[in-house]
Design a binder for this molecule. Structure first.
Ligand SMILES: [Zn+2]
Length: 462
């Protein structure tokens, strides 16, 4: 079966062997640009944005560059449709990457080399692969004159790995008209997940919100030579201990309920029972703690079923012989869909009980959760494209605990879908490579992704 069956004119003239090779070469070039996002070095995202703009111009397109801070450059490019199919589609990807320590890698992280069928480099899956596929999609649409019923917009953005400030957030706040779209297609999803002898394709339809807080314990300052029953340090230590080890209340959101049930339906009986158990508050904790084989897997489900509040920074005192007047704990809180920072503070106060009575809890920064309707028509197109390639696979709609540029796009009311397709062979540890060592992508799986993304765009806009 051909996913492009009944496709608009121009699509059948595409040479997919050549397009695949071109996408691979573009990804290699992108990987060789060190766009590490770190406070320790000057940003270099503009170099990647300029490269992409140059490629887009070769097809007669007119990309625009935005550089609100030196080095934090983004590129936006639009292909016009006639508008009869609805509002635009946005294809977005961030061009920056997290740091890579060459000493921990088997190959240089900015080489873009191909070895044994894999393209190596920081950003190979997060997410220069998607950026290359998106640019390839625009190039093919433009070169082959594919008639479009909607505009297709590409945004290659800066600064996602530092919270999106100078990339997607800046664009949304300063140039919303350049981006406004019905759908935003980006990370995190579309990769093959092998489990229990089956193949799954997670597709992101939700992400948790963020709520960064400061908790302050107050006390009575005094000389270090005297006992002090009102020392704020033991108070804040009790809070850190409690938050770092206990679980907040159990919440089953619709997206997670459906995800777990669909995953369970495709698993052997024992796994099925365990997964269904997670949906029941009294069973969830014991199952996560004692039955789950892998801590990383348990943590993923844990984050899907609870708000979290992780103590991450601790500050108190500046002299060894003086009891300080207060002690501060910074907490990285994450919110399930339907929850707010105020809900999280209530849960934290309830958890701490008497220990929490005199604490001051201040929300420093809050970004709401993002979620979209998993029954939207785009889900059918994604399902059809994945199943055309792998009829045995199951598409799962997932929520991620972290944040992506979807936080910015959702401010403009876009429906955000994480579908950055790549076929991964069994044994690939996707989550370990995401921000981990030896990040790489299989050449053939990437080429399939290039075609799959193009087919999705044509299905929505062609
Ligand atoms: Zn990413």
């Amino acid at each position: 079966m051909n996913a492009a069956e009944g496709a608009p004119k121009g699509v059948d003239t595409i040479d997919w062997v050549a397009a695949g090779e071109e996408a691979v070469a573009l990804l290699q070039t992108l990987l060789r640009i060190d766009t590490t996002n770190s406070p320790d070095r000057a940003p270099n995202d503009t170099e990647a944005a300029v490269l992409l703009a140059g490629r887009l111009r070769t097809a007669g397109l007119e990309p625009e560059l935005f550089e609100p801070l030196p080095g934090k450059g983004s590129v936006v490019c639009r292909i016009k449709g006639d508008g009869t199919g609805g509002p635009p589609i946005l294809l977005s990807g961030h061009v920056d990457v997290v740091p890579a320590d060459p000493a921990r890698w088997s190959r240089p992280p900015f080489s873009g080399e191909i070895h044994d069928g894999w393209i190596w480099g920081r950003g190979a899956i997060d997410m220069k692969n998607m950026v290359a596929m998106e640019v390839m999609t625009l190039l093919l649409l433009a070169r082959h004159g594919v008639p479009l019923k909607r505009d297709v917009i590409f945004a290659g953005v800066s600064d996602e790995e530092a919270g999106c400030t100078w990339g997607s957030m800046w664009l949304v706040d300063n140039h919303p008209e350049k981006l406004r779209a019905e759908y935003a297609i980006s990370e995190i999803g579309g990769f093959t997940l092998h489990s229990g002898g089956k193949r799954f394709y997670p597709v992101q339809v939700a992400e948790k919100g963020m709520c960064w807080m400061t908790i302050r314990a107050k006390g009575t300052p005094g000389h270090g030579s005297l006992p002090n029953k009102d020392n704020p340090i033991p108070k804040i230590a009790r809070v850190a201990q409690r938050l770092g080890t206990a679980r907040l209340p159990h919440h089953v959101t619709p997206v997670v309920d459906r995800f777990i049930k669909k995953l369970a339906a495709n698993q052997p009986l024992a796994n099925r029972l365990v997964l269904h158990g997670l949906l029941h508050a009294p069973l969830c904790g014991p199952l996560l703690d004692h039955v789950f084989p892998e801590p990383s897997l348990a943590n993923t489900f844990d984050a899907n079923l609870h708000n979290t509040a992780n103590p991450t920074m601790l500050r108190a005192g500046d002299k060894v012989n003086q009891v300080p007047g207060d002690a501060l704990l910074r907490v990285d809180g994450r919110l399930l869909p339907g929850q707010t920072g105020a809900d999280l503070v209530r849960e934290i106060r309830a958890l701490l009980g008497k220990d929490g009575e005199d604490l001051e809890i201040v929300i420093d920064q809050e970004m709401p959760p993002v979620s979209t309707d998993p029954d939207d028509v785009i889900a059918e197109h994604i399902g059809r494209i994945v199943l055309a390639h792998d009829p045995e696979a199951t598409v799962l709609h997932t929520m991620i605990p972290g944040f992506t540029d979807a936080k910015a796009w959702s401010k403009l009311g876009m429906k955000c879908w994480g579908f950055s397709p790549v076929e991964l062979p069994e044994g690939t540890k996707f989550t370990a490579m995401f921000h981990g060592d030896d990040e790489r992508i299989p050449v053939e799986g990437f080429k399939w992704g290039t075609r799959a993304l193009f087919d999705l765009v044509v299905a929505l806009a062609g």
